[in-house]
Design a protein around this ligand. Sequence first.
Ligand code: ATP
Ligand code: MG
Length: 419
Amino acid sequence: MSASVAGAAWLAEPALQTLLSVLSQGGETARVAGGAVRNTLLGEPVGDVDIATTNLPDETVRRAEAAGFRAVPTGIEHGTVTVVADGRGYEVTTLRADIETDGRRARVVFGRDWKADAERRDFTVNALYADADGTVHDLVGGLVDIASRTLRFIGDPEARIREDYLRILRFFRFFAWYGSGRPDAQGLKACARLKDGLARLSAERVWAELRKLLSAPDPGRAALWMRQAGVLTLVLPESEKWGIDALPGLIAAEKALGWAPDAMTRIAAIVPPDTQRMKALGERLKMSKAETSRLVDWASADAARPERSDAALARELYRRGVDGARDRLRLALASTREKAGNDAEAMKEAAGLGRQLKYLEGWSKPRFPLSGRDLEQVGVPAGPKMGEMLKALEALWVEGGFAVDRDALLQRAAEMAKD
Ligand code: ATP
Ligand code: MG
């Protein structure tokens, strides 16, 4: 099989062409590797363009700088240099062969052997290389797997997983993004058999991979297979009793209503809205503060009732923020849409939830019009009492639908000060 990525916009970038050319002089070679080649052949959008080369890292830096580019050794122990050319960053990595692995990370030696470099990669579709003119080099049978969108481990799946258990999650991640039909049976079996090794991975790596998986346009089938293989329960035990049945409805709603795929909403769809458990989940997977808050805010937000008035929603948004309420509403609407069909009641509910989402997107947080300084002017000294009064006045203002104006609040403050 032969293939070419000639004509791809990223390949035509003059800076990339220059870089490949300077790295290919004097008996050395440089080729685009991995995701960019894979995605171009699959007709999928291309993100980063990574380069593999026979040049040793120091030589890569020297040549890139001589060509006028900035070169930063970003992962020197892996032989990676980031070259910034024309505003884009290219990761240039010296060919490698893994010599020793401990199930988490590999010790590497630099090499000049393209086949060895291909063979240490995880899946056949991730091990394709392209020359500057677009010619694709396939050293491990990646092209047939591109054609059928098959995720296939390079070599023996079990052996490859034992080298790095993250590959279990990567198998499902790439399947979620690019796979079709059923996952490769041998790979799936190996993942199921060796799943307990996932416990050895750092939380950061697991979450980074899981987040990417859950950001796929449609991670629904991958989640089903993960669950079936017992992998989902290991990384997300919260989903076990709750189930993943809500995912297809959420994805259908995203597509129909133009919601951008969001890993946090997808997680929320498959775990219980339990504040304590969400906190623990965020800590266990070492999620970012913002990510953990998303789940905690979602779990602690009011349940999305279809008949909730705009005024009640506005109060909820003011008190607890927009994100949690949005996730609640989206998930409720997604599940109601699934039921809706011709059911008049469900259609009415969907309309109510949709109305609230629209309101939420147009809402901006009103500013409480009083401050401590205002209270000082009506004779309240700074201190805990002032704090309490401000809180009470704010509650009054919120309850009044944010309509009580400044003068009325000041008057109320003066009365409170007298009591
Ligand atoms: P994406 O579009 O998500 O960035 P990618 O193919 O570039 O996809 P990366 O995770 O960025 O994926 O990895 C770059 C390349 O490095 C992969 O295509 C693969 O060849 C190799 N690789 C990355 N991680 C591993 C791993 N754990 N085991 C083996 N090979 C890996
Ligand atoms: Mg990448």
